[in-house]
Design a protein around this ligand. Structure first.
Ligand code: ADP
Ligand code: ADP
Ligand code: MG
Length: 650
């Protein structure tokens, strides 16, 4: 076994690898960028090396700096995590040339599976069923369009270098083929520097079922059962589970056998996943699943497999990379119970899952679940840490396990409703809505389900007078003070035993709310909002709340409602700093300016397009007005920079 390894990654996966290494007595070296100087993975590793600036291209993707850090610290091996350099065969070559061990498959195996077209040709030869389609060399539009017609619509155009759901377009009708092809190529070129595509039959009522495989350097390959990742938004996984609901013995045997065959075809060593697309229009049938791609790394959703098999996959990775045999053979691997994983992201589900940033002023997870279920939280951030624009906005993964699927799902719902996050918009309520959905609960999910029912699943839960009252009490600071030994000590300036009255100004979604608080000597508060009167007892209201700069967040089940708290001083400061201005919500590039100085604009009118976090964000006018000044196209702006300044009203 290695004495010391370097983890070439950040966030939750770096923390995950460090945890197992520590348990095995292996010392760990973290690497970090400027933005991550204080990150959790840095503080929990035995050593840490700074490798560059915050953008990934200047730190986590610079092979040379990572290898240099390993050599300087005496690490013998490098664990790549997922993403970043994990599936980069050139990196594996460089690691090995430096005399270090890459904790993962050979460069040759990664190359064989790196391009979807070549991988499909290889799998076809190995006798693994592949999605019907065209994965040849020809790239002329006439060839591709003819093939699409032969395959039969609908078809899916896919970037051969694709990943993360990018460079993919479903085409329903031949008339739309040319345009979809152009779009897929553009996206593929931008994301992967390779615009070659393949065309596949679009599988109807598709389910995404993948098989975890593991190989060693002694010719052994095993599988660790399947995971179902059909709950997807924009081709990206949301909630994963193992085993797959409705799986039959015949289907499982056919799928796991095909997966092991695929891994053997490339002498696979280490952890890998064979992704299959399944036509579930007629239940799960052994002749209706096809190889989609192989991910030659540890997968984000690996914990669900660990929960049902009791195997620590990271431990196996370290053992296999150091030359050991697989710790268990196929007949020693069994499946027990059911597990779910929900990916908690800083993103706005209601706005098309727009990624978000922010400081996590509140970050609390429940520490246990009731009954036979168990809960595992995988995270790389602590309360007070920021979700920055530089990296993936995942905050945590909530993983539950129970003897039954219903039990594990109930535990997931329960864990989501007891999670408190404030400081950024999060997808907790969306995950809870999905977990509570009758179709999801019945295991009746295909990859298009979330897209079809997006509005319903992302609908905001209404803000009630009770929520406002809780926010007002928290904004007035009473929640904190009432906990203190002498609640009245904090209320300096008010006479003892006199009812205290105060007006609190809040805003929710741009709407002004005034709440009138009256607090009796016993600490019970009465809050008048919009004519309604709500009692909030001194013992605290029904809802947990979090105060953070300029805001109060009220937690209500898995939903949360954030109110801006009016602070006249803060407003004066903002006015001094630039009056009525529209600021960048995150650092980015101004792609398009759709208005000019002197223009009269109306509320909601798109003013410019900001490209940030690999997505385009349309910035609209917050109110009617006349533009005094607007940033030019092509400008690179920092977080909070003024994008548009409005003319002062008379
Ligand atoms: P999986 O199939 O394991 O669920 P995806 O195919 O969605 O994962 O992407 C792989 C993982 O790698 C994702 O979780 C994503 O966060 C991460 N990832 C993808 N691209 C990048 C990147 N450019 N930088 C950092 N992490 C990335
Ligand atoms: P990526 O490398 O981006 O993960 P995949 O080939 O694994 O690309 O496909 C991602 C997702 O797209 C799948 O999980 C599935 O939801 C959908 N998909 C892929 N191929 C097909 C297909 N032929 N028919 C229907 N859906 C598909
Ligand atoms: Mg995939």
């Amino acid at each position: 076994m290695f004495d010391k390894i370097l983890i070439a990654n950040r966030g939750e996966i770096a923390c995950r690898v460090i945890r197992t290494a520590r348990r095995m007595g292996v010392a760990t070296v973290a690497v970090y960028s400027d933005a991550d100087a204080q990150a959790l993975h840095v503080t929990i590793a035995d050593e840490a090396v700074h490798i560059g600036a915050s953008p990934v291209g200047e730190s986590y993707l610079v092979a040379e700096r990572i290898i240099d850090a390993a050599k300087r610290t005496g690490a013998q091996a490098i664990h790549p995590g997922y993403g970043f350099l994990s599936e980069n065969p050139g990196f594996v070559d460089e690691v090995e040339a430096a005399g270090l061990v890459f904790i993962g498959p050979s460069a040759r195996a990664i190359r064989a599976m790196g391009l979807k077209d070549a991988a499909k040709r290889l799998m076809e030869k190995a006798g693994v069923p592949v999605v019907p389609g065209y994965h040849g060399e020809g790239q002329e539009i006439v060839i591709l369009a003819t093939k699409a017609r032969e395959i039969g619509y609908p078809v899916l155009i896919k970037a051969r270098a694709g990943g993360g759901g990018k460079g993919m377009r479903k085409v329903d009708h031949p008339d739309d083929f040319a345009e979809a092809l152009a779009a897929a190529r553009r996206e593929a070129k931008a994301a992967f520097g390779d615009d070659r595509v393949l065309v596949e039959k679009y599988v109807e009522k598709p389910r995404h079922i993948e098989v975890q495989v593991f190989g060693d350097n002694h010719g052994n390959v095993v599988h660790l059962y399947e995971r179902d990742c059909s709950a997807q938004r924009r081709h990206q996984k949301v909630i994963e589970e193992a085993p797959a609901p409705g799986m039959t013995a015949a289907m499982r045997e056919a799928m796991t056998e095909a997966a092991v065959k695929a891994a053997r075809a490339i002498d696979y060593s280490g952890a890998g996943t064979i992704e299959f697309i399944v036509d579930a229009s007629d239940g799960l049938r052994p002749d209706r699943f096809w190889f989609m791609e192989m991910n030659t790394r540890l997968q984000v959703e690996h914990p669900v497999t660990e929960m049902i098999t009791g195997v620590d996959l990271v431990e196996w990775q370290l053992r296999v990379a150091s030359g050991e045999r697989l710790p268990r053979m196929q007949d020693e691997i069994s499946l027990s119970g059911h597990a779910f994983e929900a990916r908690l992201y800083a993103e706005d589900a209601a706005k098309g899952f727009l990624p978000a940033i922010g400081t996590l002023h509140r970050l609390r997870f429940p520490d246990a679940t009731a009954g036979e279920a168990s809960l595992r939280i995988e995270t790389g951030v602590r309360e007070g840490d920021a979700i920055s624009p530089f990296y993936d906005p995942m905050i945590a993964k909530l993983v539950t396990h129970a003897p039954t699927r219903d039990g594990a799902l109930a535990a997931l719902s329960e864990a989501l409703s007891r999670t408190e996050i404030a400081g950024s918009v999060v997808n907790t309520a969306f995950l809870a809505a999905l977990a509570a959905d009758p179709d999801f609960a019945a295991g009746n999910v295909d990859t298009g389900m979330i897209g079809r029912r997006q509005d319903e699943l992302t609908a905001a839960s209404p803000v009630t007078a009770q929520h406002v009252a809780a926010a007002a009490v928290a904004a007035a600071g009473l929640d904190v003070r009432l906990d203190a030994a002498d609640p009245w000590a904090a209320l300096a300036g008010y006479a003892h035993f006199q009812p205290l009255a105060k007006t609190v100004s809040l805003a929710h979604d741009g709407e002004e709310i005034r709440a009138r608080l009256t607090v009796a000597a016993n600490g019970n508060a009465q809050v008048a909002v919009d004519g309604a009167s709500v009692a909030v007892p001194a013992s605290g209201g029904r809802f947990a709340t979090a105060r953070w700069p300029g805001h109060v967040t009220v937690f209500s089940g898995a939903a949360s409602h954030t109110f801006a708290v009016h602070d006249p001083f803060a407003n004066a400061e903002a006015a001094a700093a630039g009056g009525d201005a529209l600021r960048a919500p995150m650092p980015g590039l101004v792609k398009l300016a759709r208005a000019a100085a002197g223009d009269s604009v109306v509320k909601g009118q798109p003013l410019l397009v900001l490209e940030a976090m690999k997505m385009e964000h349309t910035i609209a006018a917050p109110h009617d007005g006349v533009i005094e000044e607007i940033v030019p196209e092509g400008a690179q702006v920092t977080d909070g920079a003024v994008l548009v300044r409005f003319r002062e009203e008379g």
